[in-house]
Design a protein around this ligand. Structure first.
Ligand SMILES: [Zn+2]
Length: 402
């Protein structure tokens, strides 16, 4: 299929084979565009094979798959009823190979890199994306460069190092590292699958595709997404738009972008009706996975929110931790960033924005076990007993407090 890259702001076009992440004129992110899309979905294979009609790859290399995507859409059985919402769903991205949504974009980005003949890949990240790129780089047998900032503690590096990438600690400003990585990549033939690289964004489309399938092509009213760089948000929206243009669905859900109060460049710009994000000084939130002080796709998220009629808002760390506990009651353990959508949902129900008949999907982006320290505040209600007292202790629990 014919594919070009187009600047999301000025519309300048680049060839498919130009491995760019950003427009050389306005420095805004690029995205992939296609001609007419065929409404064709296959039953079997990896996400890229199943949705091949929406990708420009001639042949998908299935040997590079670790089983990404095809995550469940879990209907709420506790909170929806408690809050009077008929149709509340969790798109559980914690069930990906490296326990976050990033695996979809990494798998797609690697297909692109390989289609252009790259033998080296990389990324700038200290969290979910670093682990994902390191894992897929190992699986594909590619030299993999993971750039991390100098201050990162060993406990965060080890779950990345286990996949055997080249880990490079870089002193200096983390945001400048994004641009510098692209220069180093040009020089050394490394394709950097950074946060909003066009084919990482393309991978996120499959979240929307699967939601449509799982709801039998009845589009939800709202999809609520934690937003950091903006790449995943863009990909999910693009997925719905492409399914609509292929005639598979009739409408597009409203998208709600959720950020943490301590780092909310997109939500702040949205509330003040500004067209550009401003860099946040001294970001601080427990939801580190969405702590991006100057999101590279921030301006594009603002443009798309306006067009989509969606919303951006912030939630506090306290609300996020409360939501983490609430989600545990549904049997799902999300990392703090992944709980931001539930925190936002609770607020938007209480203020009347979300209504009982709305169909709402929350994207649970990453697993709770990645950030065990987020549970430090919990009081653990453990009952202690001797072996001889066990039967009686259980009996007391069943009878309940007198
Ligand atoms: Zn441009």
């Amino acid at each position: 299929m014919e594919c070009q890259l187009i600047c999301t702001q000025c519309g300048k076009r680049y060839a498919f084979g130009e491995p760019r992440l950003r427009c050389d004129g306005c420095r805004e992110p690029l995205e992939a565009i296609y001609g007419a899309l065929r409404a064709e979905v296959k039953d079997q294979g990896s996400i890229l094979r199943r949705f091949k009609a929406f990708y420009p790859f001639g042949e998908v290399s299935e040997t590079m798959s670790l089983g990404e995507g095809a995550t469940p859409l879990i209907p709420s059985s506790v909170l929806g009823r408690r809050w009077g919402i008929d149709a509340l769903y969790f798109k559980d991205e914690t069930q990906n190979p490296t326990w976050s949504f990033k695996d979809r974009g990494t798998f797609c980005g690697i297909q692109y890199a390989i289609s252009l003949g790259y033998e080296r890949i990389g990324t700038v990240s200290t969290g979910n994306m670093a682990a994902s790129v390191a894992a897929y780089g190992a699986k594909a047998g590619l030299a993999t460069f993971i750039l991390v900032s100098a201050g990162i503690p060993a406990e965060k590096i080890k779950p990345i190092a286990v996949y055997g990438p080249h880990l490079i600690r870089v002193e200096g400003d983390y945001h400048e590292l994004y641009d510098e990585s692209l220069r180093a990549g040009d020089r050394h033939g490394i394709y950097f699958i950074n946060s909003d690289a066009p084919f990482r964004v393309e991978g996120s489309k499959t979240i929307a595709f699967e939601i449509c399938e799982q709801l039998h092509f009845q589009v939800p009213d709202y999809v609520i997404i934690p937003v950091s760089s903006g790449g995943n948000f863009r990909g999910i929206l693009k997925g719905f738009e492409e399914f609509k243009s292929a005639g598979l669905i009739n409408g597009i859900p409203k998208l709600i972008a959720v950020q943490a109060e301590g780092c909310a460049p997109i939500a702040e710009a949205f509330e003040r009706r500004r067209e550009k994000v401003r860099r946040v000084r001294n970001p601080k939130t427990i939801a580190r996975a969405i702590e991006n002080p100057y999101p590279p796709s921030g301006n594009q998220v603002l443009r798309k929110l306006k067009e989509n009629g969606g919303l951006a808002l912030t939630v506090s760390d306290e609300e996020i931790l409360d939501a983490q506990n609430l989600m545990g009651q549904e049997g799902i353990f999300g990392q703090p960033a992944a709980c931001a959508p539930l925190a936002a949902t609770k607020r938007l129900i209480s203020n009347g924005y979300l209504k009982p008949r709305d169909r709402i999907v929350l994207v649970i982006t990453g697993a709770g076990l990645k950030v065990p320290s987020s549970l430090n505040h919990l009081d653990v209600p453990v009952i202690s007993t001797s072996i001889g007292g066990l039967t009686e202790a259980i009996g007391k629990v069943i009878e309940g407090p007198c």
